[in-house]
Design a protein around this ligand. Structure first.
Ligand SMILES: Nc1ncnc2c1ncn2[C@@H]1O[C@H](COP(=O)(O)OP(=O)(O)OP(=O)(O)O)[C@@H](O)[C@H]1O
Ligand code: SF4
Ligand SMILES: [Mg+2]
Length: 349
């Protein structure tokens, strides 16, 4: 699954635990508990490709993104950027190559600054150069996302939500990164604008050879944009492999449930947040023993409550963490196909 020359980014057994204070008394000797937000995730992102991270709310997607972007330090494990151990790299060198776009564009835009200043800021900080060289880079980035020179001298509130997300993308691509982390980049936008932004992301990937880590609640968005899908459940990776394979024949019971639950007429509205799976989302502080999906799994067997299943290959590049992965090969998932659609007509993430 790992090819360090081809892969822009590799994580190996990456963990991020958040310590919790059990008592309001900071000197309390009570047992320290932790939230195991990301618990041993190994993924690789091939150059120029998109890996989609999917899973329900709270499964650890944003924590994985923030850890990879070096916004928070990992608890343990390795992150390799172009084969280099990120922990040995200067922050500045990481940020030159890895940029992140959040769901809410306003979180990365200063309301008082012009668009040109906002987009130029990371270029100035990371690469330096003359004002003229920075301005040229800013204008190139804005043109690439479809914004005009006139719009460069506006402030964020003088733009629409979709235009502000274009600015956030321009700001992220301006330092010429290799990897863009996109954390629900379209979920705050109107349906028609979502489709435009998704098309823009594909154009930018083709033009600049960018690699994407795309976090999405929307299976149709993952299918439209990604080459590889990583399904997370309670901090673990439970299924990982080529998008086409997983969409056609998901093998982990959680993925199967996501794909078959709540059949709806419009697959672009298949929103993981709205899919109801029987049972509670597991606690990230005290997850179930054995397989973390066992309290909700329709296929559960005795072994599942005792032994945590390892992630193992079922076909080239397709990995599944389930004791009964041999049996799930026979499960036929009846779902509406999204193939043949040029772009999502209606989005709901
Ligand atoms: N700074 C923090 N301190 C403590 N716990 C945290 C912190 N950040 C995240 N968590 C917890 O880690 C778990 C994973 O959170 P995360 O935000 O990564 O989930 P997510 O998959 O991105 O969810 P969503 O789809 O709702 O955005 C959750 O249980 C969350 O409450
Ligand atoms: S290991 Fe058991 S509980 Fe977990 S997904 Fe497979 S069948 Fe379900
Ligand atoms: Mg999140």
């Amino acid at each position: 699954m790992v090819n360090e020359t081809r892969d822009v980014l590799v994580t190996r057994d990456l963990k991020k635990y958040f310590p919790l204070r059990r008592s309001l008394n900071p000197f309390s000797k009570a047992e320290r508990r932790v939230v195991k937000a990301v618990d041993g995730v190994s993924i690789s992102i091939p150059r120029g490709k998109t890996v989609a991270i999917v899973g329900e709310s709270g499964c650890g997607k944003t924590t994985l993104a923030r850890t990879v972007a070096q916004l928070i330090a990992p608890t343990s494990g390795e992150i390799l950027l172009d084969g280099r151990d990120m922990s040995t790299m200067k922050r500045k060198d990481v940020y030159k190559d890895v940029q992140i776009v959040f769901q809410d564009p306003d979180s990365s835009l200063d309301p008082r600054k012009t668009i040109a200043d906002t987009v130029g800021e990371p270029v100035r900080g990371l690469h330096g150069g003359t004002n003229r060289a920075i301005d040229e880079r800013v204008m190139r980035s804005l043109a690439a996302v479809g914004l005009s020179e006139e719009q460069a001298y506006r402030i964020p509130k003088q733009l629409s939500g979709g235009q502000r997300q274009r600015v956030a993308i321009a700001r992220a691509i301006a330092p010429s990164p290799k990897l863009l982390i996109l954390d629900e980049p379209t979920s705050a936008l109107d349906a028609s604008v979502q489709a435009q932004i998704l098309r823009l992301l594909i154009e930018l990937q083709n033009e600049f050879g960018l690699s994407y880590m795309l976090i999405t609640h929307n299976i149709a968005v993952a299918q439209y944009l990604s080459d590889v899908v990583a399904v997370m459940y309670a901090g673990h990776l439970v299924e990982y492999g080529p998008t086409k394979t997983i969409m056609a024949r998901p093998r982990h019971p959680y993925t199967i449930t996501l794909m078959t639950a709540a059949p709806i007429a419009n697959p672009w509205k298949r929103n993981l947040l709205n899919i109801e799976i029987k049972g509670e989302v597991p606690s990230a502080i005290n997850p179930p023993t054995g397989c973390r999906f066992n309290p909700r799994c329709p296929y559960v067997g005795d072994v599942c409550t005792k032994v945590d299943p390892p992630l193992e290959e079922v076909s080239p590049g397709h990995l599944v963490a389930c004791h009964f992965k041999a049996q799930t090969a026979d499960v036929v998932v009846e779902r509406r196909t999204t193939s043949g659609l040029a772009a999502p007509e209606v989005g709901a993430t």
